[in-house]
Write a protein that binds this ligand. Structure first.
Ligand code: DC
Length: 240
């Protein structure tokens, strides 16, 4: 439950049909936060698909994999097992890379600097998308990413494309990262966001784009509560 709100979902909505909700959009738009809150409210599974690309990137960095070499990439992927482990404190799942909880490590700048390049590789995407589809086979899932509504679940019942002003996004990310790294600057973050948006939107395989049937959510001037309330209204419309 979020902040004592009453969202007026049908009282028996948990017993009703389950749907797939996809949240795609630019980096640092708060997609994961919204997806997590939405899933908690609906009693659905939340999957942060970006965490999968980040964990793969962490593995490549650690093992010094040359990701421009297709053969090396293919061989490396065979040694990667990704899984999720529920974290009761957070109320959502942490990602495990070969059974090691790497939820914190994958958020570091080093990973952020390379993840878009790694996520643009065809073999990497095939590997991740297959696992994402398997996670959604029972529906009742909220998944956020870049290509969830276009490639992973093109048949999803509710697709949302999240966007926000780039200065606001950089400010939000700065607040998040500053606690861990007080030397970080807004410029560094803005540059990283711009670079990731560019690579994500211009890659050949499954570029970031709004699905034709997605609803746009610009949350530049919305509080977390406001956006959650809005989206729960959209879910309600799909469930009734
Ligand atoms: O959502 P995020 O910032 O944690 O995502 C990290 C990177 O992974 C992002 O730069 C793009 C990529 N990504 C992707 O290509 N497809 C997805 N479904 C999710 C993330």
């Amino acid at each position: 439950m979020f902040g004592g709100f009453v969202f007026n979902l049908p009282t028996n909505h948990r017993a009703l049909k389950k749907i797939i909700v996809t949240l795609d959009g630019y980096s640092s738009c708060g997609k994961s936060t919204l997806a997590r809150e939405l899933a908690a409210e609906l009693n659905y599974v939340f999957v942060d698909s970006g965490a999968m690309y980040r964990a793969i990137t962490l593995y490549f960095l650690r093992e010094h994999i040359n990701w421009n070499n297709r053969r090396e990439v293919k061989a490396a992927l065979q040694n990667i097992t990704l899984s999720f482990e529920y974290n009761t404190q957070k109320g959502s799942s942490d990602i495990l890379l070969n059974d090691e909880n790497v939820e914190h490590l994958i958020r570091e700048m080093l990973v952020a600097e390379s993840v878009s390049e790694v996520a643009a590789i065809k073999e990497v995407r095939e590997f991740a998308v297959a696992q994402q589809r398997a996670l959604g086979n029972k529906k009742g899932i909220v998944m956020d990413g870049r290509d969830i509504g276009t490639t992973v679940f093109p048949e999803a019942e509710l697709k949302i494309f999240v966007t926000a002003d780039v200065a606001i996004r950089a400010e939000r990310r700065y607040k998040e990262l500053y606690a861990k790294n007080p030397n970080i600057t807004i410029e560094e973050i803005t540059n990283n966001l711009a670079m990731r948006d560019y690579i994500d939107s211009n890659r050949d395989v499954s570029p970031l784009r709004k699905a034709d049937d997605a609803i746009v959510l610009d949350n530049s001037n919305l509080t977390r509560k406001e956006q959650l309330k809005l989206v729960l209204g959209w879910v309600k419309a799909k469930l009734t």
